[in-house]
Design a binder for this molecule. Structure first.
Ligand code: KIV
Ligand code: NA
Length: 265
């Protein structure tokens, strides 16, 4: 099987083939998603929420991200594995940003990094790319800045914020990003950007015109309970299915039905 590369996803945009991306945080899930044929796996810092139970993405560390990323890489043969630079590992300056990106590449075997922001991170993006490490941008709702915004609502509905986002997207493209995630922005704005930019846009809550789509795997599989934003299509209800399976197991243990004659030595 040939590995998807950053060039492959750029060719997909040219061909008009949509790019499929999901998050992954562990080996066993990565094996399933890769085997199913996903194009890109994102080791998102959403691991802070769905794996570790934190309220925001801020607490997860670079060491934590490297652990998750290494597990995902070992579970893939085909998918391009992109790893989030966590909060605090790149905002200081571009030298720190490069050092963090290098640790991810060396210690996890990931194929690219992602970081949040536009003009503010331009120098860091350029320095990381100069070292030969592909960078994915991330604009719109940027959860690492949640305390600056105060809410997780749709971004760039106002003209001034939309203008800044368009400028930031072009800055990231000029800086050399191979793709940009657009999170929770109006579909119209994402459509304009997807047309204007040469690099692919990957949307989450950004509408049908993006060059690709990404979802948090725990959300689309219905493992996360009670999280049903408008942009999320839930393909399974694993919360209910796992609850049922576990209740059956408990009942079988309590009744003495498990293990039976055939299930013992
Ligand atoms: O961490 C994450 O899951 C992400 C995606 C939502 C794009 O950054
Ligand atoms: Na993220």
């Amino acid at each position: 099987i040939r590995r998807i590369t950053t060039n492959t996803v750029q060719e997909m945009k040219v061909r008009g083939e949509k790019i499929s991306m999901l998050t992954a945080y562990d080996y066993s899930t990565a094996v399933i998603l890769d085997g199913a044929g996903i194009d890109v796996l994102l080791v998102g810092d959403s691991a802070s929420n769905v794996m570790a139970g934190f309220e925001t993405t801020l607490p997860i560390t670079l060491d934590n991200m490297i652990y998750h990323a290494g597990s995902v890489v070992r579970g893939t043969k085909r998918a391009l594995v992109v790893v989030d630079l966590p909060f605090g590992s790149y905002q200081g300056n571009s030298i720190e940003a490069l050092a963090s990106a290098i640790r991810i590449m060396k210690e996890s075997g990931g194929h690219a990094v992602k970081l949040e922001g536009g003009a503010e991170v331009r120098e860091s993006v350029e320095r990381i790319i100069s070292a030969g490490i592909p960078v994915m941008g991330h604009l719109g709702l940027t959860p690492q800045s949640i305390y600056k915004f105060g809410t997780y609502t749709v971004r760039a509905k106002e003209e001034a914020e939309a203008k800044k986002l368009i400028e930031d997207a072009h800055i990231l493209q000029e800086a050399g990003c191979f793709a940009i995630v657009l999170e929770k922005i109006p579909a119209k704005l994402a459509q304009r950007l997807s047309k204007e930019l040469k690099i692919p846009t990957i949307g989450i809550g950004a509408g049908q015109h993006c060059d690709g789509q990404v979802l948090v795997v725990n959300d689309m599989l219905g493992i996360t309970k009670g999280f049903r934003p408008r942009f999320l299509r839930q393909y399974l209800n694993m919360y209910e299915q796992i609850t049922g399976a576990v209740q059956n197991y408990i009942a079988d243990v309590k009744s003495g039905d498990f293990p039976n004659e055939k299930e013992q030595y």
